[in-house]
Each structure stands twice: as C-alpha cells, then as structure tokens.
Design a protein around this ligand. Structure first.
Ligand SMILES: Nc1ncnc2c1ncn2[C@@H]1O[C@H](COP(=O)(O)OP(=O)(O)OP(=O)(O)O)[C@@H](O)[C@H]1O
Ligand SMILES: Cc1ncsc1CCO
Ligand SMILES: [Mg+2]
Length: 275
C-alpha cells in the first residue's frame, strides 16, 4: 500500500464499502465522539464492555479497540478477555493507553494488555514514553507534556520489542514498526481543545487496519491519522478563513469526516517517511 493521498482516499473508500464492525471498550468521555467518528468513516461502532459478552462480541467484530481511560476494576477483566479473544481469532486490536504512567494501577493494566499482543498501540508522547519505560516515567493525566518527536526513539524500541505498530500522536504523528517510521503532518491545534479526539482517532485506526489487513497496519495507521487530520484542518477554518472555537469545531469535525471526498484527500493528506 502506498503513502500518497490517493492511497488515503482508497482506504477510506474501502472502509465505506466494507462497513467494518469495530467493538470499542472505551472510556465514558469518548463514547459519543468515537462512535460518531466511526460512523462518519463508514464503519459501524459497538460500545460493548461487559465481561459476559465480550467474547461473543469480538467474534462478530472486524476489529477491537481497548481504551483504559476511565478505568475500573470490573472493566479490566473484560478488556483482557476481549484482547485474548481477538488474539485467538487473529482479529486486529488496538490499544489506547490513556494516562499510562499517571498511577501504578493504570501503568500495570496497560503493560498487561500490551503483553496480550495488540496490532497497534496509539498514545500521546507522554503515554508512549511511560509504556516504553521500565517504570521511571510519570505522566500527569490524559494530556501530553512532551512533543511527539521526543517519544520517537522509545516508540521505535517499543514497536521492535513488542512486534507491533506504535503511533505517537501530536503536531506531527510518528508511526513506526520499529524499522520503518512514517510521519503524518496533518492536524490542527484545536484538536487538543476537544477531549477524546485522540481516543476517536485510535478507533479509526482499528477500522482502517480491519479493512487494510494486519500486514498493512503501519500504512493503515498513518492513513487513519492523515484522514482525521485533514478533516480537522478543514473544520478549523470557516468560509471567511477564521479559526473556530472548540465547540463549533467539534461539530464541524464530524461533518468534515463524513463529507470528505477522495479528491480533497488526494491533495491534503501528508504522509512521509522519516529519514
Ligand atoms: N499541535 C497539534 N497540531 C495539530 N494536530 C495535533 C496537535 N496535537 C495533536 N494533534 C492531533 O490531534 C489528535 C489527537 O492527538 P492527541 O495527541 O491530542 O491525543 P490524546 O492526548 O490521546 O487525546 P485524548 O486523550 O483527548 O483523546 C491526533 O489526530 C493528532 O494528530
Ligand atoms: C478526560 C478524560 N479522562 C479520562 S479518559 C478522558 C478522555 C481523554 O483521554
Ligand atoms: Mg489519549
């Protein structure tokens, strides 16, 4: 799979044609924006976390997303069982280690989940640095205190060690399999003023990897980040060229995710290889 805007557009088109069911075990804050983001991309969201049904749900789904954002004891078992089931059925699953490094319980759960073999891990720089370190890094909460570039070496080492794709979101997104590293230049600073945009793009990564196939997970992850970033760039500017505030931006972001067509993506998607 190529890295051009045309390849981004083709993958979005495939997602809209195939309508993958993405099972999301995610935090309360993100559920609405995430489900609507998946719908806008042509995927089908299902927010299902009960330990009593996760195994059956993973059987139905094309991909699984596990996000530890609003962690509780009774959800952790469902997360692990869902991840194990996805592994057993060879279905792609994506881990979002929200606020990893903030508390020992969270860091420990993220590391347990990581040991179950996610196809992709997507976090902000502080989360990825905490996940990659052997316990030294502390994060303050869900927002990053580091630029994505600062996490690139640790992301590469983590990807190589775990045999998975690691994506670090930020002004420039870094996506690596440990050997090859891609940089995605799309996005807008307003994304940081709307909670759960990171969570939502992780769900989009799950949908894109489902339709691209796991062997193309590196490229599919970059294309999902580019598509989301292009939609944000368009949403941030109104007809008069003015930047909007976060409230109207959030509404417009969903419109743009839904309305974006191939011709617009072909010109706007910016994915490059890191040298
Ligand atoms: N300064 C920036 N400029 C442009 N785009 C950005 C910037 N910072 C983040 N983004 C984009 O915003 C989206 C969310 O990334 P971010 O790193 O804020 O995730 P996050 O911290 O996990 O968010 P959340 O926890 O609220 O879901 C990504 O698509 C990323 O590319
Ligand atoms: C604010 C917040 N707190 C727990 S999860 C979440 C959503 C952004 O990660
Ligand atoms: Mg996050």
């Amino acid at each position: 799979m190529g890295l051009t805007g045309r390849a981004t557009a083709l993958l979005l088109e495939k997602c809209r044609e195939e309508n993958p069911l993405v099972q999301c075990i995610t935090n309360f804050v993100s559920m609405d924006l995430m489900a609507n983001t998946l719908l806008a991309a042509g995927a089908s969201p299902a927010m299902a976390h009960s330990i009593s049904e996760v195994e059956s749900f993973v059987e139905l789904a094309s991909a699984l997303l596990v996000n530890v954002g609003t962690l509780s004891e009774d959800w952790a078992g469902g997360m692990k069982l869902a991840a194990l089931t996805a592994g057993r059925l060879r279905k792609p699953w994506v881990l979002d280690p929200v606020a990893c490094g903030a508390t020992p319980a969270r860091t420990s759960l993220c590391k347990d989940l990581m040991a179950l073999g996610p196809t992709v891990i997507r976090g902000n720089a502080s989360e990825i640095m905490a996940l990659a370190s052997l316990g030294g890094e502390r994060t303050r909460g869900v927002d990053s205190s580091h630029p994505s570039e600062a996490a690139a070496p640790m992301a590469r080492a983590l990807a190589a060690r775990q045999g998975c794709i690691v994506a670090v979101s930020g002004a420039v997104d870094v996506v690596t399999d440990g050997t090859r590293t891609l940089l995605v230049g799309n996005g807008h600073p307003l994304l940081q003023k709307v909670t759960a945009t990171g969570c939502s793009v992780t769900a989009l990564i799950a949908a894109f990897v489902a339709v691209a196939g796991p062997e193309q997970a590196l490229e599919a992850t970059a294309h999902a980040l580019a598509y989301f970033g292009v939609a944000a760039e368009r949403a941030a500017v109104d007809e008069a060229g003015q930047v909007r505030g976060p409230g109207s931006f959030r509404v417009k972001l969903l419109d743009e995710l839904d309305l974006l067509c191939a011709a617009q993506l072909v010109h706007a998607s910016r994915i490059g290889r890191s040298t």
